[in-house]
Design a protein around this ligand. Structure first.
Ligand code: FAD
Length: 357
């Protein structure tokens, strides 16, 4: 059996991006995915690159998110060049909407520290918002416009990263479930899968919400759990919105071909990926209250996905302290799409730096 330098377990956006970065640095890489590339959370994501929209308070991930957002123009270009895939990168900003006086005060406070952190954030009255986005409800109190936030098509980004890795000679094995990481004398020797044993020198665990069994082998306190999110998509023949509207943990994002992606619910500890009728009703009601013109849109589809949250509430991105060749990168929760370019480079550098010939 052929031996690999690095095996990536899980073909979501995190695994595919790390594989691409490693393959570009000349390592012989394989991605092993139990279903298909981009079939987990990375398939479900709305693809918002919402650094300012998502971070209400400063934490160290904020700086990582800013650096990652800045990498997207290059990522989009490289994937298009290597694979022909358009990741749908849009850099038209995001509006953080206030529906109540309380939200208005809150988003003004958030704006103050973000400006101090060096970001752009433009305060707009309800009338000013409707000058640029005339379909937004006159009931809103105001908004902050974040011109440097943006969005992508998450499944296209994920498949693009995997195929770009393949273009740099990585191998992709779908319908290949990893059962166990094999370690001998404190060194990774390979992985046991439903399709046999794959020898390798390094393994990176990027299995999202399904990571706990592998993480226990990494560190007995580590674990991830799913936070289920339900999303709907509507279609409109006339343009309703130029840039996404964001309220705390709710958004309406205009996508290619007249589609509007709206979501998402938050249900911790649910591995069930069906969409509840009551969730659809709630999402539609909230969406109509912000963008009433959506009532004339037509139905496209609905889906759900599992955000990988970590037990510690922070992503695990590290090398095992004693087992040679064992790495982890998971638990990116609500922002794995946004963080992926930075994480890919960060983990690939760590893995190449620790590679033992
Ligand atoms: C509804 C929703 C909306 C979201 N919106 C956004 C957004 O707007 N912006 C943003 O930045 N992020 C968003 N996210 C979060 C983002 O989707 C995740 O953080 C990101 O996709 C995580 O990527 P991942 O590669 O770690 O996990 P996943 O994409 O879940 O990939 C893990 C992969 O591992 C595979 N796997 C598991 N076990 C095994 C095994 N034993 N062997 C082989 N393969 C295995 C799985 O099949 C899966 O494909 C959203 C998530 C959801 C659910």
């Amino acid at each position: 059996m052929k031996s690999y330098d690095s095996i990536i377990i899980g073909g979501g956006v995190i695994g595919s991006t790390i594989a691409h970065c490693l393959a570009e640095q000349g390592l012989h890489v394989a991605i092993l995915e139990k279903n298909e590339i981009a079939s987990g959370a990375s398939h479900a994501a709305a693809g918002l690159l919402g650094v300012q929209a998502e971070w209400d308070e400063y934490d160290p991930l904020y700086d990582m998110a800013r650096k990652s957002r800045a990498l997207f123009p290059k990522v989009a270009e490289k994937i298009r060049e290597k694979t022909g895939i358009d990741i749908g990168y849009e850099a038209k900003g995001i509006y953080r909407i206030a529906h109540t006086e309380e939200e208005w005060q809150r988003i003004k406070e958030i704006r103050t520290w973000q400006i101090a952190a060096g970001e752009e954030a433009v305060l707009l009255s309800s009338e000013e918002v409707r000058k640029v986005e005339p379909n937004v409800s006159s009931e809103i109190v105001g908004a902050v416009y974040y011109p440097t936030d943006g969005h992508v098509l998450a499944p296209a980004l994920t498949k693009g990263q995997a195929l770009a890795a393949a273009a740099s000679s990585a191998e992709i094995f779908e319908y290949t479930t990893v059962l166990q990481i094999v370690v001998k004398d404190e060194k990774v020797t390979g992985v046991q899968t439903t399709e046999g044993f794959f020898p390798c020198k390094q393994v990176c665990i990027t299995t999202g919400a399904w990571s706990t069994p592998f993480l226990k082998q990494f560190n007995k306190n580590y674990g991830t759990y799913p936070v289920k999110g339900e999303v709907i998509s509507l279609k409109s023949n006339r343009p309703l919105l130029k840039a996404p509207l964001f309220l705390k943990r709710f958004y309406i994002a205009p996508k290619r071909y007249g589609k509007y992606v709206i979501g998402a619910t938050m249900e911790p500890h649910s591995f069930q990926e069906q969409v509840k009728a009551s969730s659809v009703a709630d999402i539609l009601q909230r969406a109509f209250s912000i963008l009433p013109a959506l009532q004339d849109a037509t139905w496209d589809r609905t889906w759900a996905g599992l955000r990988p949250e970590s037990n510690e509430g922070r992503p695990y991105m590290e090398a095992h302290p004693t087992i040679q060749g064992l790495f982890v990168s998971t638990g990116h929760y609500r922002n794995g799409i946004l963080l992926s370019p930075f994480v890919g480079e960060y983990m690939a550098n760590k893995m190449v730096g620790n590679y033992v010939y």
